[in-house]
Design a protein around this ligand. Structure first.
Ligand code: SF4
Length: 361
C-alpha cells in the first residue's frame, strides 16, 4: 500500500486532550418532556414540508422518528439517494456535516437543515481541500476517488465519490480499465479495497476516530469468552480487526449480514448507534460492542462518534422551528462536486454493492 506523507490531523473541534474544545453534546431530554418533544417534531415536519433523513449512528429516538414519519434511517449512500428522490421541500439531515453538504449538492433548490452544523467527521477534518488539491496536482496520472466523508470542496476535486457500500465495485471497475487510483481519505478502507481489488492505489493518510480504536487482541479475548458469536466489522477498521470478521460491510451491509447469519450473539465493530436497528430486527439476539482502547487514556470515541452524538431531540426541534442551521454550499463548488456524486449514483443503479460476507445490496 502506498501511503502519502502523514499530514497534521486537525481535531480542534474534537480533541479536548489537546486543550481544544470537544464536540458539544446536545441538551439532555428528560423522560417527562420526551413525549411532547416528539409530538412537536412530528407536527413541525408536516408544517415545514420536511423529511427527516438519519444515519444509523444517531440517537435511537431520532432513528425511530425518521422511520415513523416517512423519512429514512440508512447509510450515507441511501441517505443521498433518499433525500434526492423525496418530494419534500426541506431535508433535515441527522448525521454529520458532509452528509448535509451532499444533500445540498444533490438538491440545491431545497432547504437542507442540520440539528448542529458543528457535527464534523475526523476524515473530513483530516482532508483540507488546499492540501488535497496539491496532492492531486502532484499525481495527474491517477483517477481521484474520494470517500463520501469529505467536504464539498474535496469532492469538487474528485473524479468519483464512493461510499463504503460501493467502494470495492467502483475501484474494481476502474482497475479493470487499467486506471491508477488516488484514494482519500480513509487509509483502512482504502487498504481493504486495495487488497480485494489488487488496484494500484495511492492513499491519503487519515482515519475514522471511531473505527481506528477497535483492537484485535482485545477482540480475540472477547471472542474467546463468546465462541459462538459472529463478528461484524466495518471496513474503516484496521486490517488486523477486519481479519477477525465473519462479515465485513457498510452499515447497511452489516445489518443485512446479521439477519442472514442468524446468530444468537454478535460482536459489532462499528459505531454502537447501529445496534438499535439490529435489536429491532433481531430482538432475540445479543449485540456486544467490539472492544476499543477502553475508557482510559487513548479512547477518544469508545465506539460512538462524538459528532453523530451532537444530534439530539431539542436541537432537531429548534432547527425545524427556526429554520436556522441551513447547510449552504458555494454554487460553483456544488456544481463540480455533484459530478463525482452523480457518477457514483448512476453506477450504483446497475452494480449492486458487495462486501465479504455482508450480503450487501
Ligand atoms: S463515525 Fe467516523 S467516519 Fe463516521 S462520522 Fe464519525 S468520525 Fe466520521
Amino acid at each position: 500500500m502506498a501511503v502519502a506523507t502523514p499530514i497534521q490531523i486537525r481535531f480542534e473541534r474534537f480533541d479536548g486532550r489537546l486543550g481544544l474544545a470537544p464536540a458539544k453534546p446536545p441538551r439532555t431530554v428528560t423522560a417527562l418532556e420526551k413525549p411532547a418533544l416528539l409530538e412537536r417534531i412530528r407536527g413541525l415536519l408536516k408544517q415545514r414540508d420536511a423529511v427527516l433523513v438519519a444515519h444509523y449512528y444517531v440517537d435511537p429516538d431520532i432513528q425511530d422518528l425518521a422511520q415513523e414519519t416517512g423519512g429514512t434511517v440508512s447509510d450515507s449512500l441511501e441517505m443521498a439517494r433518499f433525500g434526492h428522490a423525496h418530494p419534500a421541500k426541506t431535508i433535515v439531515v441527522a448525521g454529520v456535516r458532509f452528509m448535509g453538504e451532499t444533500a445540498k449538492i444533490l438538491n440545491p433548490e431545497k432547504r437542507v437543515l442540520m440539528p448542529d452544523l458543528a457535527a464534523e467527521c475526523s476524515l473530513d477534518l483530516a482532508t483540507p481541500a488546499d492540501q488535497f488539491s496539491a496532492f492531486c496536482d502532484a499525481h495527474p496520472d491517477r483517477v481521484v476517488v474520494v470517500y463520501a466523508n469529505t467536504s464539498a470542496a474535496v469532492k469538487a476535486r474528485a473524479d468519483w465519490m464512493v461510499t463504503s457500500s460501493i467502494a470495492e465495485k467502483i475501484v474494481a471497475h476502474l482497475h479493470a480499465q487499467g486506471k491508477k487510483i488516488l484514494w482519500a481519505p480513509d487509509k483502512y478502507l482504502g487498504d481493504y479495497v486495495q487488497r480485494i481489488t489488487g488496484a494500484d492505489m495511492l492513499m491519503w493518510n487519515a482515519a475514522c476516530v471511531v473505527h481506528e480504536e477497535f483492537k484485535s487482541q482485545q477482540l480475540r479475548d472477547l471472542k474467546a469468552l463468546h465462541p459462538e458469536a459472529k463478528v461484524l466489522v466495518h471496513p474503516e477498521s484496521p486490517a488486523d480487526v477486519i481479519a477477525l470478521a465473519d462479515a465485513v460491510g457498510s452499515t447497511t451491509g452489516l445489518i443485512q449480514a446479521a439477519e442472514r447469519l442468524k446468530a444468537k450473539t454478535y460482536i459489532v465493530a462499528t459505531d454502537n448507534g447501529i445496534i438499535h436497528q439490529m435489536r429491532k430486527r433481531m430482538p432475540g439476539s445479543t449485540f456486544i460492542d467490539a472492544p476499543t482502547a477502553g475508557k482510559g487514556a487513548t479512547c477518544q470515541s469508545c465506539a460512538h462518534c462524538p459528532w453523530m452524538a451532537m444530534n439530539g431531540l431539542h436541537n432537531l426541534a429548534e432547527v425545524l422551528e427556526t429554520q436556522r442551521n441551513e447547510v449552504l454550499v458555494d454554487p460553483e463548488i456544488g456544481r463540480r462536486a455533484k459530478i463525482p456524486i452523480e457518477r457514483m449514483l448512476e453506477f450504483a443503479k446497475t452494480n449492486l454493492p458487495t462486501f465479504k460476507g455482508s450480503g450487501d445490496a
